[in-house]
Design a binder for this molecule. Sequence first.
Ligand code: SF4
Length: 275
Amino acid sequence: MSAVGAAVEDGSLGGRVWFYSNYHCNLACTYCLTDSAPTSRRRLLDSGDLVRLAGEAAGLGFTSLGITGGEPFLVPDMPRTVARLAEFLPVVVLTNGTLVTDRLLRQLAPLAALPVAVQVSLDSADASVNDSARDRRNFALVVEAIPRLRAAGVRVRVATTSEGLSVEERSSLCALHRSLGVADADHVVRPVVRRGRAAVRGVGVDARASDLPPELTITADGAFWSPFGPTVRAEQLDTDLLITRTTRPLSIPAEAMLRVIDGRPPGEDSSLGIR
Ligand code: SF4
């Protein structure tokens, strides 16, 4: 077994490799970790590089891939890139769910036959609460998009980012995602992390490396400890969780991760459980 495979198996390294495909977004959420907005510096990862890195990830012993941003579906041809990545490993793509046009649905339809999930952000069953942090009409667009994605055969997950849900709020939200056809197992809830725009606004929980599961994360600017690492504050990339600036071949940042985790106890070792 490879060194990465062994570390993934004993739980000292996450099995998923994350790719930040881009940093720009059609939205500008109040808590955005990457300070994303339509005018943000794009920091694009080339689609050919993504495919090569995915193949290397599979060869090294990683078990799945994640694509995040920014909004990945602003990148031309992202559905086809996702399909090529899924030839190597299962993929989850994070999206705000507001760009689900008929054209995008046609492009996404081939993903139905592949190990791909599209993870859509939805923070509250109350439209006004959801939209106050994200964008006017965000709620309406998302609750329309989820059934359309599912009707196209695409597996949908729902991700909720919150500073705290009451029992009632969580219950309403879960009733909503179930009514949209998303099972409890495909609903993830995570706290606002005090990085990026959340840090500027002074909201969210602090997260150090020891609070974050080690998951190799590749960006145009380097490799990071976690997908919560390559955040941006006022256009400046945070580098406190940078592992190495070298990302190709993937064996270089993977070996750097293994050196950093060496000595950590096997198994889950994070206090926040952020996923
Ligand atoms: S949180 Fe997501 S959807 Fe909102 S601005 Fe940031 S990248 Fe865009």
